[in-house]
Structure formats: structure tokens, C-alpha cells
Write a protein that binds this ligand. Sequence first.
Ligand SMILES: CC(C)(COP(=O)(O)OP(=O)(O)OC[C@H]1O[C@@H](n2cnc3c(N)ncnc32)[C@H](O)[C@@H]1OP(=O)(O)O)[C@@H](O)C(=O)NCCC(=O)NCCS
Length: 156
Amino acid sequence: MQANANNNVQLTPVVEDQVSRIIAKEAAASSWPWRSDQLLKSLEQGHHCLVCSLGNKVFGYCVLLDAVAAMEILNFVVFKEFQGRGLGTEMLRQIIKFSVKQGAEEMWLEVRESNHAAIALYTAAGFQPGEVREKYYPLGGSQREAAIQMQRRIGA
Ligand SMILES: CC(C)(COP(=O)(O)OP(=O)(O)OC[C@H]1O[C@@H](n2cnc3c(N)ncnc32)[C@H](O)[C@@H]1OP(=O)(O)O)[C@@H](O)C(=O)NCCC(=O)NCCS
């Protein structure tokens, strides 16, 4: 499965029954995965929790916080077996379209400074680095690493 111009990536709302499966897939895909309670809390708080699929295959999911004129990406994951095929790029394109429809003019996110794959993906999609928050994310033990804020204009 490869993303290309003819592919039709679909975004559909996460339903509670999917949470444990999604979290199990995320655990295998990410060094710093969310727990079920975090995703359940996002659902409860009305964040946009969206599974991404191509054909009948769910290949990832994201969580977006609607802050009126800005959309913040709280989580963004392509499951392990689908990484490196352009699907993250396509998923990002689709969530930008979705966010514009919701009225967002800007998109924001925070990423670990060691997450070179995600930083490269967002940079290629036109996101610019902004504020750096030193020692923001736990690294295990007493160590912490910086968060890089990235943003992009998406609206008119
Ligand atoms: C980051 C992530 C979403 C990328 O998804 P993906 O589907 O593999 O990305 P794509 O195939 O669309 O690749 C897009 C670009 O990202 C970069 N990239 C992707 N994987 C990379 C890797 N392992 N190392 C370095 N750069 C990488 C490249 O610049 C790539 O462009 P290229 O193929 O032209 O070189 C995926 O690795 C992931 O889910 N990681 C775990 C969760 C995570 O870190 N999420 C981000 C939270 S902020």
C-alpha cells in the first residue's frame, strides 16, 4: 500500500470500541505512545480523534484540538507496517483540508527534538519551527528533552 495522487485517504471519527486496538498499534509504532486513558480523555473532551484509512485498511490516527482559528495536532501516528510509504504525508494533507473546513487558519504542533522523522515530515509540509521549550518531554529517568513548536498557515 503506497500513497499516490489517486489514493483516497479517508478520515473517520474514532469510536470507543476502537481505542484498545489503536493504542496497541501505536505502542508498536512510536517510542512515546499514548495510553488508552489519554485517547479516551480526548474523546470525552471532544477533540477531533480521527482514524485514517486507505481502502479498507486503517493505517494511522490523529488527535486534533480545535482552538477556534487554529488547530493543534496533539497526536499523529502512522502504524509501523505502513510507515515510509508517503502515508504520513497524505494523512497530514487530509487533516489540513479537514482543519480548513472547520475554520482553522493556522495549524500548530509540538514535537520532540529527537523525532527527526516527524520534524522532516512537517518541514516538508511547510511547517516552520518556532519556540523551543527546553526539558519539556520526559526521556526516562531524570532526563528530559526539548519540545519544538512548529506552525503553518493553512487558511486564507
Ligand atoms: C513520523 C511519522 C508520522 C512519519 O510517517 P510516514 O508515513 O512514515 O511518513 P512518510 O512516508 O509520508 O514520509 C514523509 C517524510 O518524513 C520523513 N521521514 C519519514 N520517516 C523517516 C525516518 N525514519 N527517518 C527520517 N525521516 C523520515 C522524510 O522526510 C519523508 O520524506 P521522503 O520520503 O521524501 O524522504 C511516523 O514515523 C510515525 O508515526 N512515527 C511515530 C509517531 C510519531 O512520532 N508521530 C509524530 C508526533 S509529533
